[in-house]
Design a protein around this ligand. Structure first.
Ligand SMILES: NC(=O)c1ccc[n+]([C@@H]2O[C@H](COP(=O)([O-])OP(=O)(O)OC[C@H]3O[C@@H](n4cnc5c(N)ncnc54)[C@H](OP(=O)(O)O)[C@@H]3O)[C@@H](O)[C@H]2O)c1
Length: 215
């Protein structure tokens, strides 16, 4: 269930059904009315990294587990998660190390892992995708459903951004510098203006920045 295991940044207080007590009729209405968006919902260090060079996110997981950072609300709005293969592998390795192998991927949601060389088998609840990003995203958006969580990492975010298939960034800036690491977006020449949708400061110093990517 928790994308980064039970003890980690994103996992707290998130065990409710995405639909809660909403009636079936209202769900249908909400789905029809909602334009599906692909939203990067992520945490970065204050110097712009999502992990250390070896993938380590201990600097993230050691945060005090007292704040939800809007995750519960966000999780109610999504029904699909997009993963980069390296993030998928990282999660599998992390779960082996910690012994928490159950419920890694929420099987009530669609979990797509992008890879150009997908393995023969995936863990339950996960589907590998090798289709070009643009075609996949357009097909996904054309189906009815809720919002789509772009989990990352930085290489997959770059692929979607450069294909014009990211709608919003919801970035949680953690008050720590880690010096070097995997950037939020894999670097290449870009000039992408953003529109600030909102910002919020949390008591522990995390700042949430919501940007729209004009498409
Ligand atoms: N701080 C956070 O909130 C957060 C969130 C997510 C991830 N992370 C961290 O980010 C790290 C991984 O990030 P990363 O940037 O190195 O890798 P990544 O984006 O997770 O995965 C990269 C891989 O995705 C596949 N891929 C990317 N673009 C593709 C495309 N256009 N078509 C098909 N496949 C594509 C390729 O897989 P193949 O090589 O198999 O072809 C590529 O090697 C992990 O350590 C993870 O813990 C942190």
């Amino acid at each position: 269930m928790a994308p980064y295991g039970d003890s980690t940044f994103w996992s707290r207080k998130r065990t409710v059904s995405p639909w809660g007590a909403v009636s079936v009729a209202k769900r249908r209405l909400l789905i029809v009315k909602t334009q599906r968006k692909i939203i990067v919902y992520i945490a970065t260090s204050a110097d712009g990294y999502i992990a250390r060079p070896d993938g380590d996110v201990e600097w993230l997981n050691r945060r005090p587990h007292t704040v939800d950072y809007g995750m519960r609300e966000f999780y109610r709005k999504i029904d699909t998660i997009l993963w980069g293969r390296k993030t998928y592998d990282w999660l599998l390795n992390y779960s082996k190390k910690t012994g928490k192998t159950k419920g890694l991927f929420d099987t009530k949601l669609a979990n797509y892992v992008f890879s150009r060389k997908p393995p023969r088998r995936a863990v339950p609840g996960v589907e590998f995708v090798s289709e070009p990003v643009k075609a996949f995203a357009q097909r996904l958006r054309a189906t009815s459903g809720k919002q789509i969580w772009m989990m990352g990492g930085g290489e997959l975010i770059a692929s979607f951004l450069d294909a014009g298939e990211i709608d919003e960034f919801d970035i949680h800036v953690v008050p720590v510098f880690i010096g070097t690491g995997i950037p939020l977006i894999a670097p290449r020449h870009r000039d992408v203006p953003l529109r600030l949708l909102g910002s919020r400061k949390y008591p522990d110093g995390v700042v949430r920045l919501r940007y729209k990517v004009p498409r």
